[in-house]
Design a protein around this ligand. Structure first.
Ligand code: HEC
Length: 273
C-alpha cells in the first residue's frame, strides 16, 4: 500500500515539473493528476475563515465590531451619545455612528457594529458625541489605514470601561495626554499622579505644589482651578511647562470640547461646607 502511494507521489512530483515545462499539453495524463491535486488543495483552503468572514464585507466596505463591558452610559442622556463613530480625515463631525441606548445598565457587555465603512472614513472611534455627531472625547480609536488589507471584521475590544464623565476624562484625556509625565513610568511631575484610581484624589481640593494659594481643582468652580487655567488658551505661561499646548496638539479636532468637558466635570463637584 505504502509503495503504491509513494509511487503516486513521485509521479505527481514528476508531473508538476512536466506541467511547468509543457503546460499547454492538457491531454497529458500527468496534467490530469496535477489538476486533481490542485482542485483538492483548493477545496481544503476554501473552508473556514474566507466563508465565515461574510461576503458583504467585500461588497460594501469594511466592518468594525466593538465589544466592551460598560458602565455610566446613562449619565450622557441630555443631547449626548456614547457611540461607535466613523470620521473622515480632519473632520469634527462623524460621518456615521451607532449609539448605545442610554438605558444600558452598568456592567452590561455590549457589542456595536459599524457596517459599510467606505474609503473616506479615516478613523473609527468609540466616542462621546453631541446631537450634531460632533466629537466630544474619544475613548478608543482605530486608524482604518492600519487595516487596508483586512477583509474580515475588524475587532475593537475595550475591556471594562467607565463612561461616567470623570471616567471619560480619565480614559480620553489623562491616559492619552498626561500620565506619561504624571504617574506613568513611575514618575509624577509636580507630585501629581493622574493614573487611573489616583487622579481624582490628587486633583479635587488639593493645594497646588507650584502656585501658592491655588487649588489644583476647586470643587464647583472651574475658573478658579489651576487645572482649568493651565489647559486653557492664555494659560501657556502659568507653569514652567506649557500645558495649553499639550491639549492643543493632542486634540487637534476637539481641544475646546475636551476643555469644556473638564470644566463641566469640575462644575458637578459638590462644594464642601
Ligand atoms: C511632558 C510632561 C508633562 C505632560 C505631558 C503633562 N504635564 Fe503637567 N506638569 C509637568 C511639569 C514639569 C509640571 C511642573 C511645572 C512647574 O514646575 O512649573 C506639571 C505640573 C502640572 C500641574 C500643577 C500641579 C501642582 O501641584 O501645581 C497640573 C495640574 C498638571 N501638570 C496637569 C497636567 C495635565 C492635566 C496634563 C495632561 C493634559 C499634563 N499635566 C501633562 C509636566 C507634564
Amino acid at each position: 500500500m505504502m509503495s503504491y502511494f509513494n509511487h503516486r507521489l513521485r509521479r505527481l512530483h514528476r508531473c508538476n515539473a512536466v506541467v511547468q515545462e509543457r503546460s499547454h499539453n492538457l491531454g497529458n495524463l500527468c496534467n490530469l493528476w496535477f489538476l486533481l491535486f490542485l482542485s483538492l488543495s483548493l477545496v481544503s483552503c476554501d473552508s473556514g475563515d474566507i466563508v465565515e468572514g461574510g461576503y458583504s464585507v467585500q461588497d460594501k466596505g469594511k466592518v468594525v465590531k466593538l465589544t466592551a463591558r460598560v458602565s455610566g452610559v446613562g449619565s450622557w442622556a441630555n443631547g449626548y451619545s456614547v457611540a461607535l463613530a466613523g470620521f473622515a480625515k480632519d473632520d469634527k463631525y462623524a460621518t456615521m455612528q451607532r449609539a448605545l441606548p442610554v438605558s444600558t445598565a452598568d456592567g452590561t457587555d455590549v457589542t456595536l457594529t459599524l457596517n459599510n465603512i467606505t474609503e473616506q472614513i479615516s478613523t473609527v472611534e468609540f466616542a462621546i458625541t453631541d446631537n450634531l455627531r460632533k466629537r466630544i472625547i474619544t475613548l478608543g480609536r482605530i486608524a482604518m489605514a492600519d487595516y487596508e488589507d483586512q477583509q474580515d471584521t475588524i475587532r475593537m475590544d475595550l475591556g471594562t470601561i467607565d463612561l461616567t464623565m470623570f471616567g471619560a476624562l480619565q480614559q480620553g484625556l489623562f491616559n492619552v495626554a498626561c500620565i506619561q509625565c504624571h504617574g506613568g513610568n513611575g514618575r509624577s511631575a509636580a507630585g501629581l499622579d493622574l493614573t487611573e484610581g489616583h487622579a481624582r484624589e490628587n486633583l479635587v481640593d488639593v493645594p497646588s505644589t507650584r502656585r501658592e494659594g491655588m487649588m489644583r481643582v476647586v470643587s464647583g468652580d472651574a475658573p478658579s482651578s489651576l487645572l482649568h487655567q493651565i489647559l486653557s488658551e492664555g494659560g501657556e505661561g502659568i507653569l514652567g511647562y506649557n500645558h495649553t499646548e499639550v491639549v492643543s496638539s493632542q486634540f487637534k479636532e476637539n481641544a475646546e470640547e475636551v476643555r469644556d468637558l473638564l470644566d463641566e466635570w469640575i462644575g458637578t463637584l459638590k462644594v464642601e461646607n
